[in-house]
Design a protein. Structure first.
Length: 295
């Protein structure tokens, strides 16, 4: 969790995302919310460029103030906690955290838009369309792999991780807009053509839910589903909306083009697609306004 690899300007946009809290641990007692809350690094950590773990150790078994940023409310709040003693089996703050850019966390999630009946996504992961968001995954004895990264899109991160770890246990960190955070550990299928059986999207229309737009967002997305308006494919560099792999495999066409792919049955504006393909833009025929503008 050191910060020396980032400039001071950039590190101010980084915090520690709270993935899980231990029941009745310091952060749990303080009211921290899993997946939606970030610990904002103290000024002392930033200015002195010290490791946050070292800072916590210096404040073990003490009452401290921690500043949290909430993705749900888009606001900050301070909580007072009593840290655990150094060497506690639950850690000093009683939580599993991951350093991430909180400023990009709203966009870099995978919103589940549809789930196939009797699919792995439904039966094993219990994914709920429109309500669920995949935040990250974790392999056994490995660090959390967040979908909130700068170089790759959420769909690329998840797709690559699944392809490379077929047959292995994997924990999915999922946020439900009605019920909050949960994690589910499943063993991925070993089959070469293993399928999740769901569709997902990310970007402006599929941001992490907030308390003031849940109802509006739910209705807007329901309308899109009713109008068959969620079928989009992705290109390198695309930022708005993506279709999750229904088939997680190493098909030659996908491998050779690094996922650049057009499904003529799903994208009707072929001329526009060709114009935009080299720019890495994502096209949805249903959101074109007739002037080839992208929403």
């Amino acid at each position: 969790m050191g910060i020396t690899e980032n400039s001071e300007k950039n590190i101010r946009e980084y915090g520690l995302r709270i993935y899980t809290t231990i029941k009745n641990g310091p952060l749990d007692r303080g009211g921290a919310k899993e997946l939606s809350d970030f610990i904002i690094l103290p000024e002392e950590v930033i200015s002195k460029k010290i490791n946050y773990e070292d800072w916590l150790q210096m404040h073990s078994n003490q009452e401290i103030i921690i500043t949290l940023y909430s993705l749900l409310t888009k606001s900050y709040r301070d909580i007072k906690i009593k840290t655990n003693s150094l060497g506690s089996k639950d850690g000093i703050i009683g939580a599993s955290v991951k350093k991430e850019n909180w400023a990009t966390a709203n966009n870099n999630v995978l919103h589940i838009t549809s789930v196939d009946i009797n699919s792995f996504a439904q039966k094993e992961l219990g994914l709920i369309p429109i309500e669920d968001y995949i935040i990250g995954v974790k392999l056994k004895s490995s660090p959390i792999i967040s979908l909130n990264q700068e170089q790759l899109s959420p769909i690329e991160i998840l797709g690559e991780t699944i392809r490379n770890n077929r047959g292995k246990p994997m924990k999915f960190y999922i946020y439900n807009k009605k019920n909050g955070a949960r994690d589910v550990t499943v063993t991925l299928g070993e089959d070469y053509y293993f399928k999740l059986g769901c569709e997902g999207a990310f970007g402006k229309l599929h941001m992490f839910p907030s308390l003031d737009n849940n109802d509006k967002e739910t209705q807007e997305n329901k309308n899109k589903l009713d109008n068959n308006n969620i079928l989009i494919h992705f290109y390198n560099g695309g930022e708005n909306i993506n279709k999750i792999f229904e088939e997680i495999s190493t098909q030659k066409k996908l491998e050779e083009s690094e996922y650049d792919h057009i499904d003529e049955n799903e994208v009707g504006k072929e001329d526009v697609i060709k114009e935009k393909e080299n720019n890495g833009e994502i096209i949805d025929e249903n959101i074109l306004d007739g002037k080839n503008n992208i929403n």
